[in-house]
Design a protein around this ligand. Structure first.
Ligand code: GLU
Length: 317
């Protein structure tokens, strides 16, 4: 009970911040290399504590040569780890609009990676649409932004072992009368560009026997073109989808439950179903030696309880 009410309070605070932001004409999910924030990686005690585990993982990742690979060394030489994170996903990546501070399990993991490297950290807010561009351009070293590991994405970027599994669901206005997947037949659903959401929803509706699935191919699926039994409107960020839902431009808002939580305000509800497990991983440049370094750390923190600790601290399940 205590867990639930704490989480509800966090969501309410976050929702109020999001409303303030949108009320000012801003966006809680706007991408910007300009709003990057650098903070010391940790206080001395925390640095010392994680240096030990970081050294272990680093030793594993560099066992072959006995020294850091050139990509890891470049980050150490720069003295700053640059990380793409979300700014409106409570418990994962959330930025306080007053203090500018980021918090959440993805923030904690990123800070711990920086500690193990002995460098400072710089956060850049990313969206589903911008996170890979910023990684590809070299503006950031890694992405910890509710980024689902998929086979297609693995062709373009490296992903660590998953650190969290979420599920996709759908948020609606209670006044719509929509309560289940079945009610979404022939409806228009808002999704973020660059997300897995439209494909996940279409696939769930096909699996439930609600739509035929003729012409559905998971590999080539395009949300902009699909209109067999459900259709999609794509937006650049989540506040825009929430506004469109209120305005009745769309019938429903589909994405991972972690992301939907902040928009589940009075008069709105999730449909009954959740589907399509989303495994979140740390994304890095394909072929980078930093990928092995990060995976060594994540694997270690999964087995030693560090990640479970972050999940508990953020009242996640
Ligand atoms: N996790 C999903 C994805 O990676 C939803 C989009 C998002 O993370 O913003 O596509």
């Amino acid at each position: 009970m205590r867990k639930l009410s704490k989480f509800a309070a966090a969501v309410m605070t976050a929702a109020m911040s999001a409303m303030l932001l949108t009320g000012c004409g801003g966006s809680a999910e706007t991408s910007s290399g300009a709003d990057a924030q650098t903070t010391p990686a940790a206080d001395a005690a925390a640095t010392q504590e994680s240096a030990a585990s970081g050294e272990t993982a680093a030793a594993e990742a560099t066992a072959a040569t006995g020294e850091y690979g050139e990509d890891v060394q470049a980050i150490i030489d720069r003295g700053v780890l640059r990380v793409g994170v979300k700014n409106a996903v409570v418990g994962f990546g959330f930025q306080d609009t007053v203090t500018g501070e980021y918090s959440g399990m993805e923030i904690s993991i990123a800070e711990k990676i920086a500690e193990s490297l002995g460098v400072d950290i710089e956060f850049t807010t990313v969206t589903a649409a911008t996170r890979t561009e910023l990684l590809d351009s070299g503006d950031i070293d890694c992405v910890l932004a509710t980024f689902t590991i998929t086979d297609e994405r693995k062709e373009s970027w490296d992903f660590s072992t998953p650190y969290y599994t979420d599920y996709v669901s759908v948020l609606v206005e209670n006044s719509s009368g929509i309560t289940s997947l079945a009610d979404l037949v022939d409806k228009k659903v808002g999704v973020s560009s660059g997300s897995t959401s439209a494909r996940s929803l279409t696939s769930a509706m096909i699996d439930a026997g609600l739509i035929s699935g003729d012409g559905f191919d998971a590999e080539t699926f395009d949300a902009a073109l699909w209109n067999e039994g459900v259709s999609f409107q794509q937006y650049d960020d989540y506040p825009a989808i929430s506004t469109a839902l209120s305005a009745g431009e769309i019938d429903a808002f589909c994405v991972d439950k972690s992301i939907l939580a902040i928009y589940n305000t009075d008069g709105r509800s999730y449909i009954e179903e959740q589907f399509s497990p989303q495994e979140y991983g740390v994304a890095t440049t394909k072929g980078s030696d930093f990928s092995a370094y990060v995976d060594g750390l994540i694997t270690e923190w999964l087995s030693d309880g560090t990640i479970d600790g972050f999940i508990a601290e953020n009242n996640l399940q």
